[in-house]
Design a protein around this ligand. Structure first.
Ligand SMILES: [Fe+2]
Length: 291
């Protein structure tokens, strides 16, 4: 079986929409069986639907997890709107958008393909991927506010995860719930004797060592919002995972973490690919797994 993976295709950019058509054509030519989309397509439902449909024309099976951008509400400040809950967008709305395109929604259930299973979660961040020296100097309130030197991490405006009482949840609480959902899916695959190998997909990054480091600010401040080490602990505690795919960062890289192959092949923003030919983009922005 041949699996292709994409992430951060950000189809709000017209240039990216054109590139996605080329990526889909290449994936079709290579005769892939599955495409995994590891989040950050668009905050607009019709754009998500169209991207998944375009990929569905290239392969039989498309599996999707939302990224933080896909979860955004297009309003000035989502937390002030009690009618908006990002959990509902994650568990209900985006599932409907995904399934309407004929794709498999990984946060709802693992995708079992014979002996191989694909398990996924958006994941969230709990600041554990920021360096220790930085965390030691900041309060949880500063991190929750997501603002540094006049620059705000946009999730602060457009995300509103609520608890059962309707109160806004703190980021570490959101991360714990995402990790618990992933653990539950992984445990189900460990218990399924017909499943031999598992590919784990998270939009947010699961390991400290996969995060791009500059050692400088503000970069390291914003690394607080890259993911959580708890995602990686969940993945490593599962017996059958061979490969972990992440999105979110726009840095293309592959790592070995313990016995795991871990990688990200984000398309990212057009300005981040200046100087790259279309051939170079097609060659570097698709992840491949032969399983
Ligand atoms: Fe993201």
């Amino acid at each position: 079986m041949l699996i292709a993976s994409l992430s951060d295709i950000h189809t709000d950019f017209e240039e990216n929409r054109d590139v996605v058509v080329k990526l889909a054509a290449h994936i079709h030519r290579e005769k892939a069986d599955v495409v995994i989309v590891a989040g950050d397509v668009s905050h607009k439902n019709d754009r998500i639907n169209r991207a998944l449909r375009a990929l569905k024309e290239a392969v039989k099976i498309v599996a999707y997890i939302p990224g933080n951008h896909d979860l955004w509400f297009d309003v000035p400040y989502a937390a002030e709107r009690p009618d908006l809950d990002t959990w509902r967008r994650y568990h209900v709305e985006l599932k409907e958008v995904c399934e309407a395109a004929g794709a498999h929604y990984l946060p709802a259930s693992p995708l079992v393909l014979g002996e191989l299973a694909i398990v996924g979660s958006c994941g969230w961040y709990d600041y554990s991927l920021a360096p220790e020296w930085l965390r030691a100097s900041l309060t949880p309130e500063t991190l929750q506010a997501k603002q540094y030197g006049g620059v705000m991490w946009s999730d602060a405006r457009f995300i509103a995860f609520r608890d059962a009482a309707g109160n806004i949840m703190r980021d570490p609480e959101v991360a714990r719930r995402m990790e618990a959902e992933l653990r539950e899916h992984l445990a189900r695959m460990d218990a399924d004797e017909s499943v031999k190998r598992v590919v784990a997909v998270t939009h947010h990054q699961p390991f400290y060592e996969v995060v791009e480091r500059t050692g400088t600010l503000p970069w390291e401040f914003f690394n607080a919002f890259m993911g959580s080490t708890g995602l990686g602990e969940a993945i490593q505690s599962a017996a059958k995972v061979t490969t972990a795919i992440y999105g979110h960062t726009h840095v293309v890289r592959e790592h070995q973490v313990g016995n795991l192959r871990v990688y990200g092949t984000p398309l990212g923003y057009p300005r981040e690919r200046k100087g790259l030919s279309l051939e170079e983009i097609v060659a570097s922005r698709i992840g491949w797994i032969r399983a």
